[in-house]
Design a protein around this ligand. Sequence first.
Ligand code: M6R
Length: 611
Amino acid sequence: MCGIVGLIARDDVVNKILEGLERLEYRGYDSAGIATIHEGKLDRRRSEGKLRALKEVCFHAPLQGTIGIGHTRWATHGPAIEANAHPHANHRIALVHNGIIENFSILKKDLETRYTFESQTDTEVIVYLIEDELAKDQNPLKALQAAVKKLKGTYAIAVLFKESPDTLYAVRQGSPLVLGISEKASYLGSDAISLAPWVKQLCYLEDGDLAELTLGHVTLYNREDQKVQRPFVANPMATENISKGPYRHYMLKEIFEQSTVLSQGLQHILEKEAHHLHAPQGDIDFKAIESLSIIACGTSYYAAMVAKYWFEKYAHIPVDVDIASEFRYRHPVFTKNHACFFISQSGETLDTLAALELSKKHALTLGIVNVPQSSIARAAHHVVFTHAGPEIGVASTKAFTCQLLTLLTLALEAARQRKYLSAREEESMIQSLRSLPGLVHQVLINNKMEAVAQTILKAPHVIFLGRGTQYPIALEGALKLKEISYIPSQAYASGELKHGPIALIDEHVAIFILAPFDAWFEKSAGNIQEIHARKGHMTVFTDEEGAEHLQTMLPGVFHLGKNLILLPKVDPLLHPFLYVLPLQLLSYYTGMLKGTDVDQPRNLAKSVTVE
Ligand code: M6R
């Protein structure tokens, strides 16, 4: 949440900062701003709305400077108006911040007796805390070191001081910051993507670190104000091509990329002609694990829910799945030989990271992340990468199916180590997995979801139902639809329908039912009868056998390609991968038809680095 870019160069930095912010807009996009020092003067431009509004402002009132900081905001304290946009500044300090200052009201009460606040943000207190320290004759470095010691909460901060026009300062506590140095410039950013085209080597600040950046040089201090060295490592994003290609939106591109990324993911675990899966984390001793917790947020949490079915069914390990923000505060009990897995696309989700930190002393921890070098990747005892490539659309799509693939291979590795998987079963699963990329491609190109999306535009409410691994997929479908189309959507385990949700059903509500012809089909068919009896408007996703059955059961009710969507008949192992695809497309097309910003839906941010 919130993106930060900072630069010191020989030439003007304004356009480069705007370019860097563009790559960070996925982190927040309700207002943006930039500040520079030019000819001894601190100046800034800010604007409400997306980055393009700031660019417009900078076009009409140009800003110059060879040192500057920029920010794209996701509002926490105070609405998305220009006054609350960063940088916050006084006559000699300008700063940008990502995170939350938890003790800001106490600090503000005191500071208000001496300073006039211009915004409702928590961030502005930092400006006056530093100003207080400067007034004690401290130099910028010492003033910043003293000021941040008064802060509680999470922060990544970049600061300009009018008196130090050649130095950019930055501090990290809980929110990510990276820096890079080239001969021509020194760079600061919230993540590897922001600096991708500029530097091949990155230095990740650790919590408590303060960086003093000058042209081509950096000095780092730890929280005890001692000089420290941190390694520079290869920028994992340096070779990635981050563009929409021929697609109108990142979300659509990322949905269609799934057959490719899953195929690449399979290459990591399946050698040619191999008879065994190579689990991405083969050094975990699953025989020693007696219980497992899988912890995550949002879409990653639904991947965890699917994994519970797999670990219990194939590896016979009892699994708890937990929402990270609940887990971290509910005094979880760690049993003997407990393992905790943490799933996160970004690897930066604050609640998941906090839950991981809490578990590290009590359990073996594994981070399952998409972004290499992210905080979760670096904090966990073990790490597995999901290899989805950069996901820019705020709604998670390809990251989810790649998480599923990683989790499935871990579950099967556990099953093999614990001797619950015979060679024959494994061979047949490998066959099924080999067919996955082709099946994904087939489902995507044959999809009819644009037409289905038309049918729900006026629905006041949408319900998704599923059983077994289709239940978390229903939850993911509902999350995706509300994120992108803003239509209220909920999901239930189909068996729960008559325990309350059935009261919602009338001829206006749209109901989507995931019912592959599997062990649960007969039960789902019962739900379909009940919904039909109450005039519910249903669309069923199933395979040929399921379709035949439904058309016989309720003649004239279901029409192929309209309210009966056919998916290939596959090994049930693959159901979650295939059945989520039309739901992703449904949300995309519904958003398109409603005219929402599908890549940057309102109020959301890709990387949730605040509580
Ligand atoms: O980066 P993470 O996987 O930790 O993010 C977790 C959620 O914030 C994320 O999945 C969110 O729910 C997405 N917007 C879903 O599309």
